[in-house]
Design a protein around this ligand. Structure first.
Ligand code: PHB
Length: 400
């Protein structure tokens, strides 16, 4: 009986030690919450909140405190200021977000200097992960779509000639280089490359698409940064009758974003794109994800590729908190992220330990009308476990 007292004391002190071990991790969230692209920030935020609601218990005693900042217009300036303040004033342990490439690019030197790990959940310019050893990406590289689609367009879609249209900023230029390298390497010829405005405002696409119609290439490969840009693009494609004129529009998944697909109407039917996610994907993780999404946000609010990258980004954050037990020493965080793999709604993903970039399946898919009258994506072909071709080929800035 005399043992009971010391045992009770031991149990009490262990409980205290356990309680003391609980950490609050400060997560700096940098997303676009204003302007024409505000819906992207909302979509990613919804995904991160949903992940925490459903998987927050995996944190054990540890907690996440999110400090959110609006990166504003995608020039890089707002995000850089946000990141600097989040690090120096809020003392965040980890950064997450970065929809637009200029925002990630401008923030890279700051996170390198401060050694604060940064999880990129959208920005797709291939060489972003080369800019800092503290950057990891859970979204995509533009080369994961542009390069294989270039090859596919020349070899399988029968495009001998193509024009390329792109929003004129780093990911657009990267997508052009990626498509051109794949397409011309497979025997095609890019006959025109058309810069089509900037991501801050949606241009009138008419002059660009009329130019393509007049040039009559077999295919028109287009990158625009999703959302309202994609909706306007497909509308103009239909209005100018490019399809009837024999010009087939193709592109990365950004031009048929799930959140915009239904409003595009029949004009979108037949669009062939390459991508790593569509809300229709038939795998158990996606079925569960889409169900939870509709329960949380309504039957008419689909998730999309941005939502999935936010979901996977938060899964990565929870993973590092578990592995480090909430002590986010920068090199331990990066160690936990390198080689991390996860059953995402998009399929199985891995973070390449060498490049810190995502490895994922890419699918050639086509917009079809489903039996219920809605538009959906039919997967035509899958390219498994695609590593960023820009880094594999060591092209341009990816070579450094
Ligand atoms: C980017 O800026 O890297 C970006 C933005 C929107 C997209 C894709 C890429 O849909």
């Amino acid at each position: 009986m005399r043992l009971l007292k010391p045992l009770a004391a031991l149990a009490f002190s262990l409980a205290l030690a356990g309680a003391a071990r609980a950490e609050t991790v400060k997560l700096g969230v940098v997303l676009t919450f204003s302007g024409v692209n505000a819906e992207y920030g909302e979509q990613i935020m919804r995904a991160m909140d949903l992940y925490l609601k459903l998987h927050g218990s995996e944190l054990g005693n540890n907690k996440i405190e999110m400090i959110k900042r609006d990166s504003g217009p995608p020039t890089g300036a707002g995000a850089k200021t946000d990141v600097t303040e989040l690090i120096t004033q809020d003392h965040v342990n980890l950064l997450i977000g970065f929809i637009f490439s200029p925002d990630a690019i401008a923030s890279a030197p700051v996170v390198t200097e401060a050694k604060v790990p940064m999880i990129v959940v959208n920005a797709g310019t291939a060489w972003i992960t080369n800019l800092s050893p503290y950057i990891v990406r859970t979204s995509f590289s533009m080369w994961q779509s542009g390069y294989p689609m270039g090859t596919y367009a020349a070899k399988t879609l029968g495009c001998n000639t193509a024009a390329v249209g792109y929003t004129d900023y780093p990911p657009g230029k990267d997508e052009l280089d990626a498509f051109k390298t794949g397409f011309e390497g497979a025997g095609g010829k890019v006959v025109d490359a058309i810069p089509m405005g900037n991501p801050v405002q949606v241009p009138d696409f008419t002059p660009f698409l009329q130019r393509v119609k007049d040039e009559k290439p077999n295919c028109f490969y287009v990158f625009v940064p999703a959302g309202v840009h994609a909706a306007a693009l497909v509308k103009t494609y239909a209005e100018l009758g490019l399809k009837a004129a024999g010009v087939r529009m193709i592109g990365p998944l950004d031009i048929v974003q799930d959140t915009k697909l239904q409003q595009m109407g029949d004009a979108a039917i037949g669009l062939t794109t390459i991508g790593h996610y569509a809300a229709d994907y038939d795998n158990p993780a996606n079925k569960a994800f889409v169900k939870a999404w509709h329960e949380a946000y309504g039957a008419n609010a689909p998730p999309d590729f941005m939502a999935v990258a936010g979901w996977d980004g938060m899964a990565a954050a929870v993973h590092v908190i578990k592995v480090t037990n909430g002590k986010l020493e920068p090199d331990a965080v990066m160690g936990a992220l390198k080689g991390w793999s996860f059953d995402s709604p998009r399929g199985h993903i891995t973070i390449d330990p060498t490049t810190r970039d995502i490895v994922q399946d890419e699918h050639i898919q086509e917009v079809v009308k489903l039996p219920d009258g809605k538009l959906g994506e039919k997967v035509i072909e899958t390219m498994p476990a695609v590593k960023d071709p820009c880094k594999e080929l060591k092209v341009g800035k990816c070579g450094s």
